[in-house]
Design a protein around this ligand. Sequence first.
Ligand code: SF4
Ligand code: SF4
Length: 379
Amino acid sequence: MHDNDCLGEAARIMTICNACRYCEGLCAVFPAMEMRRTFTAADLNYLANLCHACGACYFDCQYSPPHEFAVNVPATLAEVRSRSFQTYAWPRAFARLFEHNGLTISLAAALSVAAFVLGFVGMNDPAVLFASHSGAGAFYRLMPHAALVAIFGAAFLYACTAMAMGVRQFWREGGVVPDEPGPTQSTWRAVKDAMTLRYLDGGGAGCMNEDERPTDRRRLFHHLTFYGFLLCFASTLTATFYHYGLGREAPYAWHEAPVLLGTLGGIGLVIGPLGLLAELSRREPALRNQPRTGMDVAFIVMLFLTGATGLLLLAFRSTPAMGILLALHLGVVFGFFITMPYGKFMHGIYRFAALTRYGKERAGPAKHAARGTGLRGAG
Ligand code: SF4
Ligand code: SF4
């Protein structure tokens, strides 16, 4: 028995799938499911985070609605997945931030931007906000570098701690996984599967849309977003090295590594999220997790705003618009950082953990030591 209808429905569907097994070649969910006879809440949270929501199993299923079995794996696992973010949220008191998540993220972003605008005005003569600044250290005439490092360092540290605590709980509840021959083999496999989004290919055909014609567009836009984000992060790390290692203050010339990486990353963060929003609108209605659409949209919009405000800042950094654009960009990035543990960002963290567990289960012997859940031999 499960303590909520969503988990009960997921257990019912997984039991049907486990008898049918028609979809076992589509993705990692079905082989992982086949290693189990019963489905605890932790098992279902694990399977839900393995699912990439490609939709293939819904269209392939002979038991999907209007059949009386009403099997809808993608929509059911999407709801379990969303609830799992809440289940493992740290600290527990903040789990409710996943409810009305779109509103929460929007408010956090708006307040962060307002705080940076007010901070710039409060710390300086207001005229400084609308003046042109150029040369090394131009940004720091609005806010000292040390203050920026302290604020963003604290936000980032907090976000990393909260995410680590969440994924630790997720991993622990999943139970002990079998040993594997090489200590890092499954991790490397998980890295590769995550970096290539291997299981977003619908078993080879692509993601399903409402016109029932699978395409790889969703994977492409996801890649642009993900690698855009990584490039922006690399830009920040490189700029930190320039500042502390080379003793050179931002802003840097367009041909220098921090700007090149940031520009490429920003372009990815603009095109990728716009494409993902378009794909979301084309999604087959039966596959949508309607109550959680706000969380999806808020996350995508925050990524888009991060890229767009960064590019605008780069384009207008020598003009009087720089002060407002800097406040806008820093506010969006700060809002993104502090809400990372309480939004859709967590899907990447839990998915990677689930892929790692799956790799270990596949590599390990046919046993499951933890809770007697009936894990069967890895296929
Ligand atoms: S989704 Fe349908 S066809 Fe696929 S394994 Fe489950 S019951 Fe069988
Ligand atoms: S990844 Fe695709 S095929 Fe696999 S369970 Fe999810 S929706 Fe179905």
